[in-house]
Design a protein around this ligand. Structure first.
Ligand code: FAD
Length: 469
């Protein structure tokens, strides 16, 4: 099964509009648009509509898609939607950066989408220190391609088409999680536009409470239009191959033992090492584990014994080791989004990666296609639990389960063996957007604090799509 489905079409290709059988109502669009937006919208009548109506995870039928180019366009769109809401209180309003949100809520039916994909500039503010300003509509493959020649990396997700806006407001776990922590941990400033159209410049010293909420709960608070990151320097002179990448396929009959062994190896490894597993049950009733180990550290000699230990975890079908650049590690297919991914995803953050987790994964794999397993320790644990609105700072593992589309209730039931072990969730990595997912994503004091902020900056819930507190 191809996990990260790509549409063969690329941006810029010409595609004929596919006619929907359903009638599209145009009542929302008949309202007068602000002058500034008139040349920046796409509606169902336009030939480009097919390119912008959907996200990667969902087919949409919005009335209006605003292709914002400036912060002022974002303000105008927010004001326009606020007015529309007086007449259409339930009208959905979606924010879209990279269009890879797991719940598909960056598109909708009958509402407005604020699309930030044209606001995708990446600018070095300080090349020595690695200070980079990135607009929300940039994608991680583009970030990797821009930073790699300068020997810098930013911890992000593993897939290049995912947007900066979605990850930098919600979490960000990938190949550098143990060495660098989460993406939100490297945000040192941001510009957020709230429901009243006010532009806020956020940092530790400027509106610190909003800055706290932005990093982990930003999707609740407004539209983040840009982020300032502190990037991490890698080896000079080796920018085309500064990372060590080990690819192993294990084949194991004993998944419980495998997960326990991998968990022990990962926990003991220096934090420069991050491993990423994709576990599948084969028709032969054994488990194939596709593994990518990435060493992100300047002292590459120290990696060698760790790579050797990884080869001893279980029976190996195949393996390879290579030096890789940041840009080649993060593939960037730039697909058009047509709701191509039909699979649904649920996740769990767990305290321990041990045999009991292996047993739970085994049970879930009776029906699921794939289970991803990632470490969540290392640098993630170095940040205080109340420093950001991402509360999971003590757990060792993060797993996500890819399942056939079913009702949310059926998915939740199938997930039970692992959710019983869950002490947290990654809200933006979930196709299910229930109050239970919100409660585990923003538990206890984090949830209370975020709720208070939401009431302050978006009391009427203008931002009404996606996971809600
Ligand atoms: C194939 C695939 C691979 C993935 N891999 C990883 C991974 O390795 N690691 C990881 O951490 N995550 C991963 N994700 C999950 C992904 O990071 C989140 O779903 C993220 O929210 C997507 O960001 P986006 O900008 O592409 O999403 P969009 O679909 O554009 O937005 C998703 C939601 O985020 C909010 N949002 C988006 N932009 C903004 C903004 N500028 N301001 C405020 N709110 C905003 C909105 O509520 C929106 O509905 C993956 C997702 C997919 C589909």
């Amino acid at each position: 099964m191809e996990l990260y489905l790509q549409n063969e079409s690329k941006k810029g290709d010409v595609i004929m509009e596919k006619q929907s059988n359903q009638t599209i109502e145009h009542e929302v669009f008949e309202r007068e648009l602000p002058e500034q937006l008139k040349t920046k919208i796409i509606t169902p009548e336009d030939s480009e509509y097919h390119y912008v109506r959907s996200s990667y995870m969902g087919v949409g039928r919005p009335e209006v898609v605003v292709m914002a180019q400036t912060n002022e366009d974002v303000v105008e769109t927010i004001n326009y939607v606020s007015e529309l809401r007086k007449e259409y209180p339930e009208m959905p309003f979606s924010i879209r950066s990279g269009g890879h949100g797991m719940s598909g809520s960056s598109t909708n039916v009958g509402g407005v989408i604020l699309d930030l994909s044209k606001m995708n500039a990446i600018e070095f503010m300080d090349k020595e220190e690695g200070i980079v300003k990135i607009q929300a509509g940039a994608q991680w493959g583009q970030v990797a391609g821009t930073l790699a020649p300068h020997d810098f990396i930013i911890t992000s997700g593993n897939f290049g088409d995912v947007g900066v806006g979605g990850i930098a407001t919600s979490g960000g776990s990938g190949y550098f999680t143990r060495s660098q922590g989460l993406t939100i941990d490297h945000v040192i400033g941001a510009t957020l536009i709230t429901a009243d159209g006010v532009i806020h410049e956020l940092s530790e010293t400027s509106e610190p409470e909003l800055f706290w909420g932005l990093r982990g709960g930003g999707t609740q608070l407004g539209v983040a239009v840009d982020f300032t990151f502190k990037a991490q320097k890698m080896n000079s002179n080796t920018h085309d191959a500064s990372l060590i990448h080990q690819h192993i396929t294990y084949v194991t009959e004993d998944l419980e033992q495998f997960v326990a062994n991998w968990g022990r190896w990962m926990k003991a490894a220096p934090k420069e090492m991050t491993s990423f597993l994709m576990i599948q049950k084969t028709p032969q009733h054994v488990y194939a584990v596709d593994t990518r180990n990435v060493w992100a550290g300047t002292d590459t000699e120290r990696a060698v014994p760790e790579l050797e230990k990884a080869l001893a975890i279980d029976k190996i079908y195949d393996h390879s080791e290579s030096m890789m650049s940041y840009a080649s590690l993060i593939p960037y297919p730039q697909s058009i989004h047509i709701g191509q991914q039909k699979i649904k995803i649920a996740n769990a953050i767990v305290d321990k990666v041990d045999a009991s987790l292996g047993k739970a994964i085994k049970e879930v794999l009776e029906t699921a296609h794939v289970v991803e397993l990632r470490p969540l320790d290392g640098q993630v644990h170095e940040v205080a639990q109340d420093a950001t609105a991402w509360a999971a700072r003590h757990q060792d593992g993060f797993l996500s389960v890819w399942m056939s589309p079913k009702s949310d209730a059926a998915l939740t039931k199938e997930m039970e063996p692992v959710t019983q072990l869950a002490t947290g969730m990654y809200g933006a990595y979930s196709s299910i957007i229930s109050p239970e997912v919100a409660a585990l994503s923003w538990p206890d004091a984090t949830g209370e604090r975020l709720k208070a902020l939401k009431e302050q900056v978006d009391p009427n819930h203008l931002f009404n799509t996606g996971l809600q507190l």
